[in-house]
Structures are given as structure tokens and as C-alpha cells.
Design a protein around this ligand. Structure first.
Ligand code: AVJ
Length: 339
């Protein structure tokens, strides 16, 4: 049978559009997660990567964290953007904004508006593990800015940045203090080198960094009175249960968050409140935990200008602007390729 060519509606303008692509060339994401979790839960001490917090529920819980009175990071960063985004973008004049770990993309809007005001911006690409967050943002952006070239890339920024195509006058954003989740010696230099490799001619990198401060303030931000962060922390277990056929009892694990003053990072853990046996079918795990055993779920490293700059040699990047909020809690750092 012959297919009839369908007629395009002649009078309607093209619908605003965007595209979403997967970064990982290889495997089934569940397969990959199973392999990683099989390794990390057998490690001594056991741990789970913090990217596993972010399914639909975890992404919503994080959005609630950003509204908590104790969690100053988001507001401090927003203050800096409010004060400096326009002038910054007018100076840098990016053609493309590429945001990694974009989440809900609320801050992205501020920078996109500044890029449009500067008259230079033509394309926006968001890179995140959570596809629905990308869809939500891109849909809204397509409706408001039909002329922007909009792309979402679903991927793991620690592994898949190499699949992002090259581009001129690109401004990479890595905001919110998410760099804190990376190990400062082992993972941060690799990430910075990866980003440097994405910057074409005229490229720049805007990085949000949480700064060292009174440990009581830090600990309150990661152990709020209303218990939202505790729920967020336990979500890692729910995600393992659902995706990998696990049988963790999330309510039997207590939220632990403390500032490690030597390593200068917040560490979040889950502590077993009773002896238990846990199976994770798809990861081939059958684990025994004793009361008091802990699983590390996140580090969130805090920096000073000096300790951040100490990570830069060998990455191909140098600081060209260091902007903080009025209370010096958080920094937005503009990095550019070093000669
Ligand atoms: C989204 C990675 C910036 O480390 O502060 C919030 C995640 N963890 N509360 C952070 C988080 C606990 C957050 N980042």
C-alpha cells in the first residue's frame, strides 16, 4: 500500500521546538547503575553516588531544600546573579550557553535573559541526569524563545561530557555548588579538564562554589529542622529499590550530616537503626548491616578562593572574575582558558 504524503498545515507557524538526546553511546542505564551500585555498596565503607538522589521525587525534594531557611546556597547564588549577570554576559557575549547539572533550570533563565539582552545568544543546551527536568525547562523556553536553538542532553557529567559537540563562544555553567559533590583531589581536576575541552574560541566557564564558613551554619544547611534533607537522603535507597529491585527499608535508616573540618566537606550518610539484611536483585547483592553501620551518600566540599585556585594548574583554566554575595557565603567564578 502506498502511503499518502501528509499535508503540512499551511497557515500555522512551526511549533516552538527543542530536541533531547542521550549522551551515553553504550549501555542500558539500569545495567550501568547496577554495576556501579554493586561496586559501591560492597566497598568498605559502603557508599552510593549522590547522582542517585535525583529521580522525580528526589528532584522535587531538592527543590524544597532550596526553599528552606537553613539552605542559604541557592539564595546566595541568586543574589550574585541578580547583581552581576547582565554585566557579565554583556562582556562575555556567549553564542551558546551549555549548563551541566541543570536540574530545574531556574537560575538558567536569569542567564539566558542576560544573554539575549546582550544580543549574542543563539543556542542553549542543558545537560542533566534527569530527563523530565530537561523536558520541563525546554518546553517553557521553547514557548518563550522560539528563535533559540534548544537542546537537552541526558547524561552523567562525570562520564559523558566528551560526547558534547564543539562550539564557538560557548559559556559553560556549572552552578549551585554541585562541584562540591566531586572529590576535590580525584574528581574535580578531571571535571575541570573536561569542561576546558568543551570551550572553543571565546569560551568561558561560570562555576558556582560554596565557601567555607561557620560549621554550625553548614551543618544546619544539611540537617534542616523540618527533615526535608533527611527525606532527600533516604531517597537514594528508594531509587535503588525501584530501579534495581532492592528491599531497603528507608525508614530504618537515620539521616546523618556533619562537617569534616579536616577535609572541609559536608558528609551525608545513612545509618542503620537496626541489624538488617538487604537484597538488591539486579545488582546481585545480598548485604548484612549491623545497627550503626553507615552508607555514605554525599560529600559537599567547601572552598576558599585559594583552595579552588589550587585545583586549577594543569586544567587549562584560570580565574578571571571572583564574585560573591554580600555576606561572602558563596562565589560565582568566571574561568577562562589560560594561555
Ligand atoms: C545540589 C549538589 C548543590 O551539595 O548542597 C542539598 C545537594 N544535598 N542538600 C549540595 C544537597 C543536601 C546540593 N547540590
Amino acid at each position: 500500500m502506498e502511503a499518502m504524503p501528509r499535508e503540512a498545515p499551511a497557515t500555522r507557524a512551526a511549533a516552538p521546538s527543542y530536541r533531547i538526546v542521550a549522551a551515553a553511546r553504550d549501555d542500558d542505564p539500569i545495567e550501568g547503575m547496577a554495576r556501579e551500585v554493586a561496586h559501591s555498596l560492597r566497598d568498605r565503607p559502603p557508599w552510593l553516588a549522590s547522582k542517585w538522589f535525583y529521580d522525580d521525587r528526589g528532584s522535587q525534594l531538592f527543590e524544597r531544600i532550596t526553599l528552606l531557611p537553613e539552605y542559604y546556597l541557592t539564595r546566595a547564588e541568586a543574589e550574585i546573579l541578580e547583581d552581576h549577570a547582565e554585566a557579565l554576559l554583556a562582556r562575555v557575549r556567549p553564542r551558546e550557553i551549555l549548563e551541566i547539572g541543570s536540574g530545574s533550570g531556574r537560575k538558567t533563565r536569569r542567564l539566558v535573559d542576560a544573554g539575549l539582552a546582550a544580543g549574542s545568544l543563539e543556542a542553549v543546551t542543558l545537560f542533566d541526569v534527569h530527563r523530565p527536568s530537561l523536558e520541563g525547562w525546554l518546553q517553557g523556553a521553547a514557548a518563550h524563545h522560539p528563535r533559540l536553538e534548544l537542546t537537552g542532553i541526558v547524561g552523567d557529567f562525570e562520564r559523558d561530557l566528551g560526547s558534547v559537540p564543539a562550539c564557538e563562544r560557548r559559556m559553560v555553567l556549572f552552578l549551585g555548588g554541585t562541584i562540591g559533590n566531586l572529590h576535590p583531589d580525584r574528581e574535580v581536576p578531571r571535571l575541570l579538564k573536561g569542561v576546558a575541552g568543551l570551550l572553543g574560541p571565546g569560551g568561558s566557564f561560570l562555576l558556582g562554589v560554596d565557601l567555607e564558613k561557620d560549621p554550625d551554619v553548614l551543618e544546619a544547611a544539611y540537617d534542616d529542622r523540618s527533615g526535608v534533607t533527611a527525606d532527600f537522603n533516604r531517597n537514594a535507597l528508594r531509587v535503588v529499590n525501584r530501579r534495581l529491585g532492592g528491599d531497603f527499608a528507608p525508614e530504618a535508616w537515620a539521616h546523618v550530616a556533619f562537617y569534616d573540618r579536616d577535609r572541609r566537606w559536608i558528609e551525608m550518610r545513612l545509618r542503620a537503626e537496626e541489624d538488617c539484611r538487604v537484597r538488591v536483585d539486579r545488582a546481585g547483592l545480598d548485604l548484612a548491616f549491623r545497627e550503626g553501620d553507615e552508607i555514605r551518600t554525599e560529600i559537599s566540599c567547601k572552598y576558599t578562593r585559594a583552595s579552588l585556585e589550587a585545583r586549577l594548574p594543569g586544567t587549562g583554566l584560570a580565574v578571571s572574575e571572583w564574585l560573591t554575595d554580600a555576606r561572602g557565603r558563596f562565589a560565582l567564578v568566571l574561568l577562562e582558558p589560560s594561555p
